[in-house]
Design a binder for this molecule. Structure first.
Ligand code: MN
Length: 300
């Protein structure tokens, strides 16, 4: 199945290239199905009776133009996998990999949906695209073994882990508003034979910047779930960004970024520098220097 959120918080199911509006079919589920995200549907578990052929026959077709939104809004966490492709490790000029870095978290408020806009925070600091496979957790998971890890996956989507190349901690450099485009919908796990064997491509405008297979990940999807769940309980709707291959690069005003993952979908977003400010204008940017000048003045 392909499940997503479209237009005015409608819940859509793509069947044979048609989009059915299943909002009414899932309206009685407990959880947050009414607020424009799929966490409530995911948390319901087995959907086979809710979305049986008989019930789907009653669902109306989606009308008019379909604009997909992010399928997940405010998950309990977004987990990231730093330096998880060997060739990306090489291009960054730092031999440290996920084996030493471990995992990181991104602010959930950084999520946007398809065809929305990444806002560059700074006019003079490079901000990169990182095209990645997203794993959407389906079942509460703690201390999961790699061989069972895929049992806890609801599905997969495309994600961009947008990152400023400055000196701060990853959790900040990747958490600016709009820095986590996600979508266009979730492809359920049963449709993906092996998440560790998917071709991933990322274009910026007409330039193909990233072209790799998820088989090149240092920690595959099973390892990432096992590792993350050894640290923190994973909840339905949690998102794991599985890391980016070689080919990251700076974005500028007017760019269009497209991530395409085999059998998963295509996510496209715009880039704007409309709200970009000089790096030196960030709050307390000069405070260290000013403090040291003040202490010199006192001691003089
Ligand atoms: Mn990344």
């Amino acid at each position: 199945m392909k499940l997503g959120i479209f237009n005015d918080n409608r819940i859509g199911l793509i069947v044979a290239d048609q989009t059915l509006d299943i909002t009414a079919l899932v309206a009685d589920l407990p959880g947050d199905t009414g607020r424009g995200c799929l966490q409530g549907v995911i948390a319901a578990g087995d959907l086979s009776s809710i979305l049986s052929a008989e019930r789907l026959a009653t669902a109306p077709r989606a009308q008019g133009d379909i604009q997909w939104k992010t399928p997940i809004l405010y998950p309990s966490k977004i987990i990231g996998a730093p330096a998880n492709y060997r060739n990306h490790v090489e291009e960054m000029g730092n031999p440290t990999t996920i084996e030493q870095w471990g995992l990181f978290l991104k602010a959930t408020s950084s999520i946007i949906g398809p065809d929305e806009t990444i806002h560059l925070p700074y006019s003079d600091v490079r901000t990169d695209q990182e095209g990645e496979l997203a794993v959407i957790i389906g079942t509460k998971a703690k201390n999961v073994r790699p061989e069972n890890a895929l049992d806890y996956v609801f599905g997969y989507s495309c994600i961009l882990d947008i990152t400023t190349r400055s000196t701060e901690d990853r959790s900040m450099r990747k958490s600016y508003d709009t820095f986590t485009p996600l979508g266009p919908y979730i492809v359920t796990a049963d449709e993906i034979a092996d998440p560790d064997n998917l071709q991933l491509r990322c274009w910026v405008n007409d330039t193909l910047r990233q072209d790799a297979n998820t088989s090149a990940m240092i920690f595959g999807v099973r390892d990432l779930i096992a590792y993350a769940s050894s640290v923190m309980t994973l909840h339905p709707g949690d998102v794991v960004a599985t890391g980016t291959p070689e080919g990251v690069g700076g974005l500028i005003d007017g760019d269009t970024v497209v991530v395409e993952i085999e059998n998963v979908g295509t996510l496209s977003v715009a880039v704007s520098a409309e709200h970009a400010v000089p790096y030196a204008s960030r709050p307390r940017a000069g405070s260290r220097r000013e403090t040291s000048l003040q202490s010199q003045a006192v001691s003089a």
